[in-house]
Design a protein around this ligand. Structure first.
Ligand code: NAD
Ligand code: 6OD
Length: 486
């Protein structure tokens, strides 16, 4: 009998007649049946979250709230291998990634925000007015209320906890929905919350789809106070419309079509390894991945050849094998989308340097949703494959001649999430970084995270920033108090 994943509402695991299959993209096998939360389930979760705000959770001190977050972190750590297995089974990602990135970040997100709230200050100003009166102004942070958190499938526990942890840290209660493709690690987090005795209603997990399903029931519920969402830009736009009438606050982390720029003076080996990593980590399914690579013409041919060699050495294999580098795409549907771009790239005139097809294994993996890491050259700047987010293991490499030209090329994009710059010229590195129309720039590295820093994008890549005090700002309301001093 397969596993059953249920929603977690008001401290209870809740069944539902309507169920959907969660399959493993490695070979299409069934992982679990998942109960789809109905509108009534979502309404119950929101009502429970509202009630919990005026229960013990609403009265505890910051230090006690931090303790709950530490307990959640410890609970994940205690079941570390269960979380690793959940992530690997739902996504087919390499086990080495789940062990070194996804699950450790799930733990770190809770510990980090617990540490942060214990040490955070608020603002205070000494004020003198023109008539000589004096006052002290200070601010208090209060929870927003009930936060709806909706997350995608690409980094399931990392992104789910990236929202749940700061929301709880700031004293909110949460109704959270993981992607329908990756329900398992969120379901485990609900088990952890239950095991540690987190008060009922503080943290609710509802499973289901987006439009006309659980996700939409969340965003259309008038009693939520804010939506924090990570996913596609188009979904962000739909959610904005859903919450517009109620003026709910939103924080959006959306898509990207990120540029990597390699100057002639870059450390060549480091740049090649870095760009292979930034293009193909998680099989290209990271919003920060570089799908557009710009390389100085003087090193272009050598760079393309080195990228090809390194990319072809990546191991596509059993995700539980520690030697595996590349897993499948998340689903057959997503594989279909990526394959359609591989076809489109040929029609748009691309030269396929490597990949460009799905692999054939001759075993059960042929039922899975695999795509070979693919490098293209030769596309014109207006090609759809160079402008639309593919969100798969693809990158296009374009030669450039000078800095002005490459800055213009990199910024000619509807998205603005991240850029990476590879050069040993410190002055150039800072100059170009400052000119990128993106929320994040990495110099001689990629996806190196410090949780205190602002994370988010401009244009179609998002609204707002999360991370450190930026998360504190989003997940709280501030009241300014002005006290007259005699
Ligand atoms: P998606 O937008 O299809 O789904 C994300 C979540 O939204 C899922 O839980 C889904 O069920 C829900 N959803 C879908 N339609 C909804 C609706 N109408 N109302 C409410 N909820 C709805 O995205 P995805 O395919 O899961 O994830 C991939 C996308 O996410 C890519 O575009 C990627 O770039 C982006 N992403 C961005 C970041 C970032 O930090 N900027 C991080 C990860 C992923
Ligand atoms: O590292 C993070 O905090 C974060 N939000 C990463 C997002 C990755 C996108 O796929």
């Amino acid at each position: 009998m397969s596993k059953l994943i249920r929603s977690y509402i008001n401290g209870q695991f809740v069944d539902s007649d309507k169920r959907f299959a969660n399959t493993c993209p490695v070979d299409g096998t069934l992982v679990a049946d998942v109960c789809e939360a109905s509108r009534a389930d979502v309404d119950n979760a929101v009502a429970a979250a509202r009630a919990a705000l005026s229960g013990p959770w609403g009265k505890i001190s910051i230090a006690e709230r931090a303790e709950w977050l530490y307990r959640l972190a410890a609970g994940i750590e205690k079941r570390f291998e269960d979380f690793v297995e959940a992530e690997v089974r739902d996504t087919g990602r390499p086990v080495k990634q789940a062990r070194t990135l996804d699950v450790p970040r799930g733990i770190a997100n809770f510990r980090f925000f617990a540490d942060l709230i214990k040490t955070a200050n608020t603002e205070c100003f000494e004020t003198t007015t023109a008539d000589g009166a004096r006052a002290i102004n200070y601010t208090l942070r209060k929870p927003l209320g009930v936060v709806a958190a909706i997350s995608p499938w690409n980094l399931p526990i990392l992104l789910f906890s990236w929202k749940v942890a700061p929301a709880l840290a700031m004293g909110n209660t949460v109704v959270a929905k993981p992607s329908e493709e990756t329900p398992s690690s969120a379901a485990l987090l609900a088990e952890v919350a239950h095991e540690i005795g987190l008060p009922a209603g503080v943290f609710n997990v509802v499973h289901g789809f987006g439009g006309n399903s659980t996700g939409e029931f969340m965003t259309r519920n008038p009693d939520i106070d804010a939506v924090t969402f990570t996913g596609e830009s188009g979904t962000g736009s739909t959610i904005m419309k859903a919450v517009a009438d109620g003026m709910k606050e939103v924080s959006f982390e959306l898509g990207g079509k990120n540029a990597a720029i390699v100057f002639a003076d870059a450390d060549f080996e480091a740049a090649v390894s870095g760009v292979v990593r930034s293009s193909f980590t998680n099989s290209g399914q990271v919003c920060l991945c570089s799908e557009r690579v710009y390389v100085h013409r003087s090193i272009f041919d050598r760079f393309v050849a080195a990228m090809k060699e390194k990319t072809e050495a990546l191991v596509l294999g059993d995700p539980m094998d520690p030697a595996t580098d590349i897993g499948p795409q998340i689903s057959l549907e997503h594989q279909g989308k990526v394959l359609s771009y591989l076809q489109l790239a040929r029609e748009e005139g691309a030269t396929v340097i490597t990949g460009g097809e799905k692999p054939h294994f001759g075993d059960a993996r042929d039922n899975g949703s695999w795509v070979r890491p693919t490098i293209w050259t030769g596309l014109p700047a207006n090609a759809r494959c160079l402008r639309e987010e593919v969100f798969g293991p693809v990158c296009h490499i374009t030669p450039f001649d000078d800095e002005e030209e490459v800055v213009a090329l990199a910024n000619d994009c509807d998205y603005g999430l991240a850029a990476s710059i590879w050069t040993q010229d410190v002055t150039r590195a800072h100059r170009v970084a400052g000119r990128m129309h993106t929320g994040i720039v990495w110099i001689n590295t990629w996806f190196m995270r410090d949780l205190r820093t602002p994370f988010g994008g401009v244009r179609m890549s998002g609204i707002g920033r999360e991370g450190g005090r930026h998360s504190m700002d989003f997940y709280s309301e501030i009241t300014n108090i002005c006290v007259k001093v005699a």
